[in-house]
Design a binder for this molecule. Structure first.
Ligand code: AMP
Ligand code: GLY
Length: 422
């Protein structure tokens, strides 16, 4: 089968790496891909949000499966486009329908969905410019910290944790006034949950599901989880505190009712669900849903998934997902992300990367790099992900860090304390 993978980050390099291991994949295209995916398949310069161009390419190349990495094309309705366009209906599109993708595309939709089903999540209220006064009044009655969320996609920047009612009210006005454009035309106000976060992934056909290896990511730029939020500075899998008891609760209280709920609302969902969870006491709560795999979690999760990923994705259309057992590598994995100096603020691109061939014993996933005239250059905030195996995550981390030291480019920065809180 010919496969087209959409996206260009470290997550997509990990997808390409895993897809390439499958004998079911005859040819792999990545749109637009990066310097890492170029070594595993053919990069094609197409924008994942340009459905017409993607559809034309799929027909021309007789692609059998299209795998969607990032959320944006899903929230924009790429699944529905394929199912409603002659010549594309038969293609296996791995990702949810536009309605299913609302789990990530609208925080208000996700909150209502959870509340209606008793899925544990923080208490909330939602407001628009029409209910500004009620919103300010509601905020005045809250106990800080107060969490404000833009309803729509805001490139990971739409969540604010406010330390006082006054700060919350100021930010609330700014959000409704367009701070995140249309995404914050509606604002969700949430109770702050104090606990430890982790990431659970399921692959589902909308009826049945399988749980993939559990992970934990580290989003802040600074060691000790300080400073600004980033796309993710590292990840580990498995998560020591996510034991059988906690995961049984996650499955019965969160995963099973979520999949049932998607079926009830008639939202086709043949893809990945990312449950962003927090453990408070002994109880898991949903912080957010995403309609795709996580980045950098995928770079730690897929190396521990022993199943043939293409076979798993084919099972979504073939209706035999329930007959497949997930096989996890017993080893731990730890991923360290090397970023550009200044990230997540302003940073420069185009710095020469050297030392990649000295990496020993780690998997190199490219996140933001490009090949130009035979030279490898930085091309993004997150540049390289290094994943290693070990008996436990500390051992795995030590190896990733050793290799991180061998890669050189101007402004290189990475966190050395991934897993510090475990
Ligand atoms: P989100 O974009 O929804 O993942 O939010 C970004 C980050 O904000 C999360 O990873 C949490 O660290 C934090 N966060 C979001 N909602 C809450 C909440 N209700 N309580 C505490 N922290 C939260
Ligand atoms: N690692 C968090 C995300 O992918 O959104």
């Amino acid at each position: 089968m010919k496969i087209l993978l959409l996206g260009s980050g470290g997550r997509e390099h990990a997808f390409a790496w895993k897809i390439r291991q499958s004998p079911l994949c005859e040819r792999l295209f990545i749109a637009p891909g990066n310097a890492g995916t170029a070594a595993l398949g053919e990069n094609v310069p197409l924008n994942p949000n340009d459905f017409e161009a993607i559809g034309k390419f799929v027909r021309e190349k007789e692609i059998g499966m299209a795998v969607v990495g990032p959320e944006e094309p899903l929230v924009l309705g790429i699944y529905d486009y394929f199912k409603n366009t002659p010549g594309l209906e038969q293609v296996r599109l791995i990702g949810p329908s536009k309605t299913g993708a609302q789990l990530e595309g609208s925080k208000a939709f996700a909150k209502r969905f959870m509340m209606e089903r008793g899925i544990p999540t923080a208490a909330y209220a939602e407001f628009t410019a029409d209910s500004l006064a009620e919103g300010l009044d509601y905020l005045a009655r809250q106990q800080p910290p107060i969490v404000l969320k833009a309803d729509g996609l805001a490139a990971g920047k739409g969540v604010l944790i406010c330390r006082s009612v006054q700060e919350a009210q100021t930010e609330f006005r700014a959000m409704l006034g367009g701070k995140f454009g249309q995404a914050s035309a509606r604002v969700v106000v949430e109770e702050f949950l104090d606990g430890i976060e982790f990431s659970v992934f399921a692959i589902t056909d909308g009826n049945t599901y399988k749980i993939l290896p559990v992970a934990k990511d580290y989003k802040r730029i600074g060691e000790g989880d300080t400073g600004l939020n980033t796309g993710g500075m590292g990840a580990i899998s498995p998560v020591p505190f996510a034991d059988g008891e906690l995961m049984a609760r996650v499955e019965s209280r969160i995963i099973a009712p979520t999949i049932r709920g998607l079926r009830e609302i008639g939202a086709p969902y043949l893809g990945f669900v990312f449950f962003g969870l927090i453990r408070v006491g002994k109880e898991p709560y949903v912080i957010e849903y995403n309609c795709r795999m996580g980045d950098p979690e995928t770079e730690a999760v897929f190396p521990r998934l022993q199943n043939d990923l293409v076979e798993l994705m084919m099972a979504l259309d073939d209706g035999n997902l329930s007959s497949i057992a997930i096989q996890e590598d017993p080893r731990a994995a730890a991923t360290v992300i090397l970023v550009s100096g200044g990230y997540p603020g302003d940073y420069e691109k185009g710095k020469a990367i050297t030392g990649l061939d000295e990496v020993e014993g780690s998997i190199v996933f490219h996140a933001g790099s490009k090949l130009e005239n035979g030279r490898m250059l930085t091309n993004g905030g997150r540049v390289i992900a290094l994943t290693s195996y070990g008996e436990n995550f500390r051992q795995a981390l030590a190896l990733s860090l050793r290799n991180a030291g061998k890669i050189q480019y101007e402004g290189k920065y990475y966190r050395r304390d991934i897993g510090f809180d475990l």
